[in-house]
Write a protein that binds this ligand. Structure first.
Ligand code: NAP
Length: 281
């Protein structure tokens, strides 16, 4: 039996068609489209590429992006002032702060400055708390995108043991909360976890969010597990070893073409939702 490929690229394309219709309908009703402000601080080439990809995704669904490029010597105060300006701009419905920002900037303070209704990338503590409590809030885009993949493929979650390897604020932690809210039994592993292989080997649903190329070995994974690889490294390598994965997993996200496209799509999905809520459905 070969494993089911959880095709994030295909899902993102299908979702874009639906979002395009929603944007067109909103424009017909209000004369306006949702607008996502994208803030890039500095000249990191990878960050610049990500921001460009997000702007292109906005264009594909017919909505606008407002690119804000600030120099790398921008201070925390200057960034906070810019975010405040965007918070107050009634034509902006979502704010994306591309991270990492240069090291001298207080990134957490900058995230927290984003108004809750415009936090379409799900980066604020308030948004995280509301999401964890099962209240309405935009989830962090990568884990929210993963939940959309699992839903689209009808992967059963209730009562399953989900093991999340990684506990970052934007990925591992919100991922664990989303899976908990979906009635998984959740284990979170991190760099101080002892006997990682044992936990990985017990996972029905395994989320690789470690940030180390092919760190999780196929030999550790339980036969029939659903494997979600959030990692992305140069050369199309994920956080989970590729060789042999299709023989052990019942379903898995490919790298590339799995989690990445659905992360961007979820940002756009949440921006369209925010635009509708600001402009009136
Ligand atoms: P991160 O902030 O570097 O966090 C990595 C996590 O892995 C940390 O919690 C760390 O534990 C844990 N870890 C490190 N070494 C470990 C070990 N030996 N054993 C167990 N856990 C270990 O990374 P991130 O931002 O969450 O990203 C994770 C991966 O997802 C990266 O490959 C990144 O490129 C990818 N990513 C992809 C997308 C996308 O759109 N596809 C978006 C975001 C991230 P400690 O907390 O103890 O340090």
């Amino acid at each position: 039996m070969s494993a089911l490929i959880l095709d994030g690229k295909k899902l993102a394309k299908e979702s874009e068609l639906q979002l395009k219709e929603r944007v067109e309908a909103l424009k017909a009703r209000t004369g306006k489209t949702p607008i996502l402000a994208t803030i890039l601080v500095g000249d990191d080439p990878a960050s610049a590429t990500y921001v460009k990809m997000k702007g292109n995704a906005c264009a594909r669904v017919g909505m606008e992006s407002l690119p804000v490029h600030m120099p790398k010597q921008t201070t925390t105060e200057e960034l906070l002032a810019k975010i405040e300006e965007l918070n107050e701009n009634p034509n902006v419905h979502g704010i994306l702060l591309q991270h990492p920002v240069p090291r001298h900037i207080d990134e957490r303070a900058a995230f927290e400055k984003i108004e809750r209704r415009k936090d379409v990338d799900g980066v604020t503590c308030l948004g995280f708390g509301l999401m964890a409590m099962g209240e309405k809030a935009y989830g962090s885009a990568t884990p929210a995108g993963i939940m959309r993949i699992l839903k689209a493929y009808d992967i059963p979650l209730e009562g399953k043991h989900a093991v999340v390897v990684g506990r970052s604020a934007i990925l591992g932690k919100p991922m664990a909360m989303m899976l908990l809210n979906a009635n998984c039994t959740v284990t979170i592993c991190h760099s101080k976890t002892k006997d990682l292989e044992k936990y990985v080997g017990d996972a029905d649903i395994l989320i690789g969010a470690v940030g180390k190329p092919e760190f999780i070995k196929t030999a550790w994974i339980k036969k029939g597990a659903v494997v979600i690889d959030a990692g992305y490294h140069p050369g199309g390598v994920g956080d989970v070893e590729k060789a042999g994965l299709e023989d052990v997993a019942s379903a898995y996200t490919p790298v590339p073409g799995g989690v990445g496209p659905m992360t961007i799509n979820t940002l756009i999905y949440q921006s369209v939702d925010s635009g509708e809520s600001f402009l009136g459905k």
